[in-house]
Design a protein around this ligand. Sequence first.
Ligand code: GCO
Ligand code: MN
Ligand code: MN
Length: 389
Amino acid sequence: MSDALTPGPEHKFTFGLWTVGHPGHDPFGDPVRPPIDPAETVRRLADLGVWGISFHDDDLIPPRAAPGERGQVLKRFRKALDETGMVVSMATTNLFKHPVFKEGAFTANDPQVRRYALAKTLRAIDLGADLGAQTYVFWGGREGTEALAAVPPLDALDRYREAIDFLAGYATDRDYGLRFAIEPKPNEPRGDAFLPTVGHVLAFISSLDYHDMVGVNPEVAHETMVGLSFFHAVAQAIWAGKLYHVDLNAQKAGRYDQDLRFGSEGIKDTFFFVKLLEDSGYDGPRQFDARPYRTERDQGIWDFAAGCMRTYLLLAEKARQFDADPQIAEALEAAKAPQLAEPTVGAYSADEAERLKSAAFDVEALAAQTYHNDRLDQLVIELLLGVRG
Ligand code: GCO
Ligand code: MN
Ligand code: MN
């Protein structure tokens, strides 16, 4: 069966090995599910219509792998990729789990820790490129601090920039054709993280020598944790030409990092995000970085994965209905939404500045205008609740 709600390779849905494979431990409780072999994950996801898989170096090759085990794991993984047609969409480095990174990785105070973090990443980039990844993600899990005095932030940002530029130089030198995507997160596991939001990352990128090959990997949960609109964050990344990857899940504002099934919270912001992504022509991976509830195991894991994709496709369908709805079109006119696309004055000229200063504005009449935003928003709510279209 193929319809608008059936996931297929054309949707470019991807999952990280660490998502469906998460054994369900949390800071208070032990694992609730057994680990899943990466090759098995590839097969199960391919059956659901998933296009790609991503991993941290350590998700694929166990850090304490015995000699010979690496080759075996890779062989099984490649076989599963070949047999299913699944691609490796993204690769990344685990720079947060091992205690060596407890004080930071690229921004650790100890230069030897920083150099080790770079060495681990260089090897992980080789692995990712070898398996065909086109995007390399940097999430600075341990880049931050609790003791504000301990980590001078200006130096930390210098070291962060040095690391990303060095690695970008390496990937370029090796001709890997990789693009880098930096993933912001405000906190957790650190009390305060460096590069906490999409805006911070965009500003940071502009300071890089290799700024052209570096973009952003925004995540629903991470912007939402601090009460920001993910929709607007992604819009700014697209506007800057820097949306290189995206992590999809769900999150309640003001909570710990919940990694919930895509679309299961914050449905309105999520809807406008999906509509934006669909309208924007973004053709990169749509990665789900979420986890099944701790209550799930076995079939529950795959139901969770299917649910993420189904909700995305349902929202994409709602976006098409939004565009085709004449009452919504009228309400958009009433809100003057199309007029925001018209330039205000164009480029600066002294003449135009004079014309503006001497123009007569009927400020009272402008102030008395109505925009009917409540009506427009109610139409959106009714669309989402399924009573329109
Ligand atoms: C998190 C992050 C990670 C990253 C992953 C890939 O909150 O733990 O979202 O899941 O996305 O490390 O970089
Ligand atoms: Mn996350
Ligand atoms: Mn993520």
